[in-house]
Design a binder for this molecule. Structure first.
Ligand code: 13P
Ligand code: SF4
Length: 312
């Protein structure tokens, strides 16, 4: 289907401004299709962190949520990092406040703190190593088995890592309000309609939902799994922005959005705050810009670099 005339015009303007500003556009897999289609790179939080670190552009227009843009600034501080909407937050990141984490850590002397990248720079600054859903198992396996690990802020990802590694982690009680909306009942009903479909779920989903999945993985790994699988139909249990790339990059197969009890798909309202119009304004004004406290920046870089050094 062709994009509406207004979308085409806005995309043209974004491309023009991108050239003028010597900008690169990095977009997360959950962004609206019209943003994904003008981006230089679309990926998961891990891929985006690597791309942000390696870019030679002067400006990074980061189309994702705030903690992702903040990570881009931390790994490549010489660049101007702008975001279409500064209000594009993350309920999971908000659930873990830096002071509360400091208290939690103090209650467990000698522990190693592993934080999911979905947290603020102030939280990252207090951790030993960062992980994403794409490398959480690898990161935890890189820590000597005799070390006790505190894992924050997503307890569902943490539980999944425990299952995968056979290690006991002490979990911060946080969840992604989007992924916990998927239920076993809604998924069972959909599966009954598509008996041959493979179920692919994000590790932020509840254990009961993950247990119904044929594959549990990060958004980037979903692409490779669906490409390589002989199956023709997939139920994708994550934010529904993911379906755009799957349909583009895995042609000839059918992708069905994972349902909740109240809706046939599931969107993150924070991810969806970014629009093409806001991309134009951000590139015109070079704002809103990500700014960081120097001390937090310096301390947050250490656990991120530790993760990036482990490789993809
Ligand atoms: P990815 O690590 O797969 O990009 O997921 C990020 C996220 O915010 C999931 O809700
Ligand atoms: Fe945060 Fe959940 Fe939205 Fe991902 S989907 S950005 S974890 S609120």
């Amino acid at each position: 289907m062709n994009a509406p005339a207004n979308t085409v015009q806005l995309q043209r303007r974004v491309r023009e401004l991108k050239g003028k500003r010597n900008a690169v556009i990095l977009a997360h897999n959950y962004q609206v299709p019209e943003i994904q289609d003008v981006a230089d790179y679309v990926g998961d939080s891990l891929g985006l962190a690597y791309k942000a670190r390696e870019t030679n552009a002067d400006v990074i227009l980061f189309c994702g949520v705030h903690f992702m843009a903040e990570t881009a600034k931390i790994v490549n501080p010489a660049k101007r990092v702008i975001i279409p909407d500064l209000e594009a937050g993350c309920s999971l990141a908000d659930s873990c406040d830096a002071d509360a984490l400091a208290k939690w850590r103090a209650e467990h002397p000698g522990v190693t703190v592993v934080a999911y990248i979905n947290c603020t720079a102030a939280v990252k600054a207090q951790t030993d190593i960062i992980c994403t859903s794409g490398n959480a198992v690898k990161v935890v396996n890189s820590i000597p088995r005799n070390e006790q690990i505190l894992f924050c802020p997503d307890e569902n990802l943490g539980q999944w890592v425990m299952e995968q590694t056979g290690r006991k982690l002490i979990l911060w009680p946080g969840v992604c309000h989007v992924h916990v909306k998927f239920t076993a009942e809604s998924l069972a009903k959909l599966r009954a309609k598509h008996p041959g479909a493979k179920i692919v779920a994000h590790p932020e989903c509840l254990p009961v939902v993950r247990s119904m999945a044929d594959e549990v993985c990060s958004t980037e790994k979903m692409i490779a799994y669906c490409q390589e699988s002989p199956s023709k139909t997939f139920i994708i249990v994550t934010e529904s922005g993911m379906l755009h790339r799957l349909r583009k990059e895995v042609p000839g197969k059918e992708f069905i959005a994972g349902p909740t009890n109240t809706c046939s798909c599931n969107e993150c309202e924070y991810m969806k705050k970014n629009t093409l119009e806001k991309c134009v304004t951000a590139l015109e004004n070079l704002s809103p810009e990500i700014a960081l406290d120097e001390d937090i920046h310096r301390r947050a870089l250490v656990p991120i670099e530790r993760m990036l050094a482990l490789g993809k």
